[in-house]
Design a protein around this ligand. Structure first.
Ligand SMILES: [Zn+2]
Length: 429
């Protein structure tokens, strides 16, 4: 193994997952993306803006580390101090500086949240962002201007990046200018992109289907559902796995710091970008389909944390696909009004979905055979049924008016249904 490369995670798919993943999945917000077309000099200016945004974020983090006990507002006040102190920082649009401070705060508050929730293991102590290809700068409602036909965007802050032609802005025409709350310039391995965050709630009507679904993920199939249907792993994952391996092997043979290595690094990053786009496409389509045809979708609450540690490429690629799929299921669940439940993953494959008793089996046993009731079923199908059952139990009931006491009393009067007690039941006092 080329230990150095592995540790730095050069081909860790999860790292590259953020490429298309940084887009928030919120029903309150729509995100459109366009590619920016400009000159090399203009791209250089964007690089400067991106670098400055990173500088502001990291400086805010430093400020927090040196003076704990500070809040969001202190950080945003600190932006003005930075602008006064550093000339290049003052070039960045003031609202973009604020947005960078907000990013630092987001990292800090996530860390505080994890500590509060007492999550076992690492709490995600905020880290400084390093210089890397994938990076971005976020503007809010100033510092940029769209042309009347919305095909061009001009950045007007101190970096004077100027006017860019945009590719793929068709969707932008359907919304009003004031709905654009944020404009983000994102640098990727294959160029510069502009993301528009539009304030628009997305809720869609759907007829109930009276069908619930449990989903079990695995390496053999992308998932198996509680009806016994399977969705195959997308072929491109296998294919790209091979070429990613080959590329990173070739890169590790090049000399560190050489031009050749830089070339390979870019090639590898582009490949990852392509894979992440394919993965997103697959995730969106599959998730939409699952959500639209069910009233409730249950799946296992797998911990991403433990996935990141995984060193097997095949496994981590499918994990990344799964994580993204799950986010889209939850997103579409909100859009279409479908219940989505993440259930604790313990014993879902060990229990019998027919009688509920535990039937121990190793991972290599592909068929569930119950010693207690004789139930025989494909292992994943059995697990999916358990997941669905657990999901239905978790959802429970909301909106009941009766107090706890009343409920207890009511339950006490339930009529026994077995035959032996039917004739000689005594009336209750
Ligand atoms: Zn059984």
């Amino acid at each position: 193994m080329h230990g150095d490369e592995t540790r730095r995670g050069i081909y860790s798919p999860l790292r590259y997952l953020c490429y298309t993943y940084a887009i928030e999945l919120s029903v309150k917000m729509l995100v459109f993306e366009a590619k920016l077309v400009g000159t090399k000099k203009q791209y250089g200016k964007l690089d400067e803006a991106i670098r400055t945004a990173r500088f502001v974020r990291n400086s805010c983090l430093r400020y927090w580390m040196d003076n704990k006990d500070i809040n969001k507002y202190d950080l945003s006040a600190y932006c003005a101090v930075l602008a006064k102190e550093f000339e290049f920082a003052s070039k960045l649009n003031s609202m973009a500086r604020q947005a960078s401070a907000e990013r630092a705060w987001a990292a800090i508050s996530r860390f505080y949240d994890n500590c509060k929730k007492k999550i076992p293991g690492k709490k995600g102590y905020p880290r400084f962002k390093k210089e890397q290809t994938h990076s971005s700068v976020e503007y809010k409602t100033s510092g940029w201007k769209l042309s009347n036909d919305r095909r061009y965007i001009t950045f007007s802050d101190g970096f004077e990046a100027g006017t860019f032609k945009m590719w793929g802005t068709r969707d932008l025409h359907f919304y009003q200018l004031k709905q654009i709350k944020r404009v983000r310039v994102v640098r990727r391995a294959d160029g510069y992109y502009c993301q528009f965050c539009i304030d628009q709630e997305r809720l869609e009507k759907r007829e109930p289907t009276a069908h619930n679904l449990g989903i079990d993920v695995g390496l053999n199939h992308f998932y198996t559902d509680s009806d016994g249907n399977t969705v195959a792993n997308p072929r491109h994952l296998r294919k790209s796995e091979k070429s990613l391996k080959r590329l990173s092997r070739r890169m590790s043979k090049t000399k560190k710091g050489s031009k050749n290595r830089a070339k390979f690094r870019n090639k590898l990053a582009r490949k990852h970008l392509k894979v992440s786009r394919q993965r997103k496409d697959f995730a969106v389509k599959t998730a939409r389909c699952v959500v639209q045809s069910n009233d409730l979708v249950a799946y296992e609450d797998l911990k991403v944390r433990s996935m990141v540690r995984n060193r097997h490429l095949a496994k981590s690629i499918s994990d990344a696909a799964w994580t993204q799929f799950r986010s889209w299921v939850e997103y579409f669940g909100k859009v279409f009004g479908v219940v989505t439940v993440a259930v604790p993953p313990h014993y879902t494959s060990q229990n019998c979905s027919n009688c509920g008793k535990v039937v121990k089996k190793s991972l290599s046993v592909r068929t569930h055979t119950c010693l207690h009731c004789g139930h025989i079923q494909d292992r994943d199908h059995n697990a999916a049924r358990n997941i669905l059952e657990r999901g239905l139990r978790t959802v429970g009931h909301t909106g009941t008016l009766t107090s706890v006491d009343e409920t207890d009393q009511y339950l006490g009067e339930e009529t026994p249904s077995s035959k032996s007690t039917r004739g000689n039941r005594k009336p209750k006092k």
